[in-house]
Structure formats: C-alpha cells, structure tokens
Design a protein around this ligand. Structure first.
Ligand code: NI
Length: 194
C-alpha cells in the first residue's frame, strides 16, 4: 500500500490510512468487532483511488487485487471475504446510482473511521489538499462552480448524520462543531465581516 499511495498529495496517503486504522481499531475494541478484519480493511481501503487509470475506480474493481495481497498473510478466506465487503461498501461514490450499505459491524466501523477523517481539523486540511490537486477553486460565491467550500455543504457537514456506530457519533460531535466554526468563519472573512 505504501508503494501504491506514495505519490498521493490529495489527503489519501499512508498517513490517512494509519489515521483510519487507529480510529477503526479503537472502535473495534469498543464494539467487540474483529480487529484483524477492520485493520486489514483500513490498510487497503483506498486502493480504488490509484488503480485503473489512476483517477479512481469502483472499489469493487479492487477486490481481486486485495485478495491477492491478503493471500500470503494467513488471514484466511473467510476474513478475506469480510475485508472485501468492508472495502466494497466504504465509500459514497457519485458514479454509482445506489450506494451499497455496510452489512457487518466491521464494514460500519471502516466507513465511520474513513468519514471521521473527513471531519474536524484534519478534514479541513484534507479538503483543501484534495481541491489543490484537482484544481478546484476555494469558493465560488456565485455558486456556479464546484468549490472546496461548497464541498463542506455538499458533503462534510452531512457526515455527522451518516455515521453507523455510537463511538464514531461521539467523536463526530466535536469534529462537526469545528467544521461549522471553520465554515462560518471562512465566509465571514470572505465578506470582510470578521
Ligand atoms: Ni479513505
């Protein structure tokens, strides 16, 4: 994974992977989930961002690569299948008509941990890193172009209501409040009001 993600500057590098890993392990402990499944899933979850032509593909398309990666680890077929399910349903992708729901506690944990890394101070930093890499403007006050600030309204500020587990919801409260503070402050400064 280190090789796959080494060129990333969009906030989906190995540091993101380890942050998701740490949160996911914490939730797995609290919820008595399978920490090996959760840990492996956290490590490989963002492969879909770099496979294919490098612009991202459906996580479903990464499952066979994940199977190969896990083959030599001794984790076994059952847990490999569980990891694949976590990865397949962890993201909310625009090109899919309907997003698959996480069916296991491990899949819910991965999805929550990944979403929490898009909230709070780290979430703010990652939004602008991602926007910089993709050439998205900071903000378009006329609302005509997709902007990084629009991404707050479109996605980040909704994440709090889309979490599946209690420990993630508890952490999300402060992270969500920080996002709102940043968002309001940004707009006030933009208009010369603060
Ligand atoms: Ni991720």
């Amino acid at each position: 994974m280190r090789e796959h993600l080494s060129a990333d500057a969009s906030g989906h590098d190995m540091h993101h992977v380890w942050r998701v890993f740490r949160l996911a392990q914490r939730f797995a402990d609290e919820l008595d989930a399978d920490s090996e499944v959760v840990g492996c899933a956290a490590l490989v979850h963002d492969l879909h961002r770099v496979l294919g032509d490098g612009t991202g593909c459906d996580p479903e398309e990464t499952l066979s690569v994940i199977e190969e990666m896990l083959e030599g680890t001794g984790i076994g077929d059952e847990r490999t299948g569980a990891v694949q399910h976590c990865v397949a349903v962890h993201d909310d992708l625009e090109f899919r008509d309907e997003d698959p729901e996480p069916e296991t506690i491990e899949a819910k944990i991965l999805r929550d941990a990944d979403n929490l890394d898009a909230m709070g101070a780290v979430g703010v930093a990652r939004t602008f890193a991602f926007g910089g890499v993709h050439g998205t403007p900071l903000w378009d006050p006329d609302g005509e172009d997709y902007s990084q600030i629009y991404h707050f309204e479109d996605k980040l500020l909704r994440l709090q209501n889309e979490l599946h587990t209690d420990p993630a919801q508890q952490l999300a409260e402060e992270r969500h409040a920080f996002l709102e503070t940043f968002f309001e402050r940004f707009l006030a400064e933009w208009h010369g009001e603060a």
